[in-house]
Design a protein around this ligand. Structure first.
Ligand SMILES: NC(=O)c1ccc[n+]([C@@H]2O[C@H](COP(=O)([O-])OP(=O)(O)OC[C@H]3O[C@@H](n4cnc5c(N)ncnc54)[C@H](O)[C@@H]3O)[C@@H](O)[C@H]2O)c1
Length: 460
């Protein structure tokens, strides 16, 4: 181990030292008790449910790994299966079993006896039923794309099922592994910002060309959604028609939750959301398809900008913004602020009290070069070609390495539930006229004893 690595591990161990009194009944994993034993050399046998845009991203990365066998895939769409087939053929690996035909074909995949884990990358409404069925089938490792579920009840159902089966449910929150975010996490853990006071994040991404599409045209060229459309426009847009809340909170909240030990010494206490009026999607339809297009009559419930405030048990506040329907450049809007300074990603700047000129920002890059996280320092070659600037490598890597070692995944079911429950809670807050609503404690009090062990080393 290099001396800087040793220092990193020591620093974060001190920063996260605390109670260790974890109720074993609630542990998600019993090391060494998994089928095939646990070993860093183990070959992991994965099944994929949903091989659309995102599922194929994970599939492609899995096929690059020597330690993964893709043994089964399932999808209901011929195009998704055909494109996956190309990926599989080009990989030169053994072709997997294919399950298709109807919405529940995945249950046949789950009957396979030798699966170590599944990766679910289907529309949001399918995540909870697919996770529950995977757990019922006896799987000990289940990865799902964001978000975990739709309703609060679904979140509870998944948490309880994971606990009952002593299984790991990992939500593949890739932004926790973004290089700048990890460097900022490193800076938080090393005390550069002082005591953390306030954090911001969000999902600010013009998705109009994703929410509307026509299968035969490239993105940004049509105003169809539902069966006539392609990709996410087939399903995601319905959530904007029928729901008003922060529909996609996890990319913004996951990284900042890890910085202040949510569910690991801290927790979300309450939340309050506000929604603006909804204009962006309607304007887009009229602009591209004309005022007489049938979709110009659709009333979208989702406000263009939804703003959510969260209060944490240790006194920090968080601000999240969901902003997907207006023309704007992409930004997750991170801000990490403490008693000694702050990082704001929108202006790529850091301010540390006493380290530069009073009242003037300094560029973030020299800081992030200095505090580059050991995971990136070690694996940056492997991230080449992986989606979203390389960070997608790490979520799959973490899932696979956890299976190989028979240990808990670094993002667990409590993280998934707390981050993703922001959606139904924000819907409720807005529905109640912006009332502050209480956050459930999915850990059942264990947040007081659990330690933050996310990304403490350069392994996974
Ligand atoms: N983390 C990220 O950066 C990121 C990026 C994109 C999408 N996502 C998430 O990934 C998930 C999938 O999104 P996507 O962009 O791939 O959508 P997509 O529409 O491109 O793909 C979804 C796939 O699921 C399949 N499917 C639907 N119902 C099914 C069923 N019952 N059984 C089997 N297959 C079924 C569809 O046929 C399709 O191939 C969503 O949760 C989305 O939010 C995450």
């Amino acid at each position: 181990m290099t001396s800087s690595r040793r220092k990193f591990v020591k620093d974060v161990s001190i920063a996260t030292a605390g109670f260790t009194m974890i109720d074993p009944a609630r542990l998600m994993v019993e090391p060494g008790k998994f089928p095939g034993g646990s070993s860093a050399d183990k070959k992991v046998r994965l099944g994929f449910i949903g091989v659309g845009g995102r599922g194929r991203g994970h599939l492609g990365l899995a096929l690059r790994r020597k330690d993964v066998d893709v043994v089964a895939i399932c999808d209901i769409d011929a195009v998704s299966l055909k494109e996956s087939n190309e990926l599989l053929k080009n990989s030169g690996k053994t072709m997997p079993k294919v399950f298709t035909g109807d919405n529940y074909a995945y249950r046949k995949l789950l009957e396979l006896k030798d699966l170590d884990g599944v990766i679910i990358a289907t529309p949001w409404e399918w995540h909870c039923p697919m996770i529950l069925d995977s757990l019922a089938a006896g799987l000990k490792y289940v990865a799902t794309e964001v978000v975990l579920g739709l309703t609060l009840e679904e979140h509870w159902d998944v948490v309880k099922a994971a606990e009952k089966n002593k299984a790991n449910v990992m939500m593949l929150e890739n932004v926790c592994y973004r290089r700048d975010v990890m460097a900022a996490l490193n800076m938080v853990r090393q005390g550069l910002f002082g005591e953390i006071i306030h954090l911001q994040g969000g999902y600010q991404h013009n998705l109009r060309g994703v929410k509307f599409d026509n299968g035969s045209n490239p993105a940004n060229s049509d105003v169809e959604f539902g069966p006539k459309a392609d990709g996410e426009a087939r399903w995601r847009t319905f959530h904007s028609v029928h729901r008003n809340g922060d529909l996609y909170p996890t990319h913004g909240v996951g990284p900042i939750a890890m910085m202040v030990d949510i569910n690991r010494g801290n927790r979300f206490l309450s939340l309050c959301s506000f929604s603006s009026k909804a204009r962006g999607l309607h304007d887009y339809i009229v602009q591209k398809g004309g005022a007489n297009h049938p979709n110009a009559k659709v009333e979208f419930k989702l406000g263009d900008v939804v703003t959510t405030s969260i209060k944490c048990a240790n006194g920090e506040t968080m601000l999240l913004q969901h902003d997907t329907d207006l023309p704007r450049p992409y930004s997750l809007g991170f801000r990490v602020q403490g008693t000694k300074g702050l990082w704001m990603d929108v202006n790529n700047s850091v301010y540390i009290d006493g380290s530069g000129k009073f009242d003037e920002w300094t560029p973030e890059q020299p800081w992030f070069d200095k505090y580059d996280h050991p995971l990136w320092a070690r694996w940056s070659k492997e991230t080449e070609g992986a989606g979203h600037g390389g960070m997608d490598f790490f979520v799959l890597h973490a899932f696979v390495e956890s299976i190989k070692r028979g240990v808990a995944t670094p993002q667990d079911v409590y993280d998934a539930a707390a981050w993703s429950a922001i959606t139904p809670l924000s819907e409720k807050s807005i529905e109640l006229g912006n009332q502050t609503v209480d956050f459930p404690d999915f850990t059942g009090g264990q947040w007081m004893y659990r330690k933050n062990d996310f990304a403490l080393t350069d392994e996974f």
